[in-house]
Design a protein around this ligand. Sequence first.
Ligand code: MRU
Length: 356
Amino acid sequence: MGKGTQGIGLKKINNPPIEWLENRVRILDQTRLPQEEVYLELSHHQSIASAIVELKIRGAPAIGIVGAYAVALGALKIESVVRDEFLEKLRDIISTIAATRPTARNLFRAIDRMQKVAQAGKDIEQIRAALIQEAVKIHSEEAEATRKLSQFGAGLIQDGFTILTHCNTGALATAGYGTALGVIKQAKEQGKNIKVLATETRPLLQGARITTWELKKANIPVTLITDSMAGYFMSRGKVDCVIVGADRIAANGDTANKIGTYTLAVLARENGIPFYVAAPTTTIDLSLASGDEIPIEQRSQEEVTHIQGVSIAPEGVEAANPAFDITPHRYITAIITEKGIIKEPYGEGLKGSNPR
Ligand code: MRU
């Protein structure tokens, strides 16, 4: 366990997935799901950085929120009384948080905001207070955005639809209502009779472990499939649409999302199935012309050679582990954001959505 990290008990079901508690942040440890609901209270920016790297907290919007809280907590612990020295130490803290995971745009958007707030502060006490306020604001804005985009997206779902989704995009990944899963939950709340096919999402099984857990809690019928079964179900007319989230969307609409998303998009096109991406505008990166420029996180080989700590491959075998892939915009039927639904030409629509 990292510095400032504690498990504080099992089966505490009704806490929010991320909660600010004045001088610490409480998160639900997603690596323990679905077996155990364990909350961690983290008071040190370094322990939050470790939690992000280890995917105890994951999902693009959620990473941005806890990244902001990490900066605020780091600021509380800086001992300097000289403003410039304080700001220099804060920059080191921000660099540590920025180095955790490279793909999710939301993280960089959030820490940029924190950096600007710090720079604008007159004295150290005022900067500390402003940083906490900004992190809380980022949290509530992200939560609100997922609520709104879910309402827009639900309009695309018809009664009787079976929806295929990938990875996990619910309340746990967003600290709000959810992106792709938010759309699904909203459609259900509107009284639509829907079913979900959830891919297991190898290597780390976010679909099998977390999406099915969230859908069961929401009383939405879900069938778990392995990633390689998607084509089978699509080609037999068993899927009405695919909805996924996003980690970063380039200016032309190319989208980075969990590895395997590109495969699903190509299969959807081949089978004439609409393919939707749902994300808050904080995931949009207009500074990158296309998906070719999106940094893709490469994770450890062990996540592929092992499942939950158990080896499944011969010792010493080489494995590759890109955590995300890029879906070219031509495969995307629409991008659902809190500002509305964007279709081709994505260049104009994304720019016009005024990403936050
Ligand atoms: O590596 P993760 O689990 O943080 O990746 C998250 C995803 O890629 C999700 O699929 C999601 O679309 C982005 S977060 C709503």
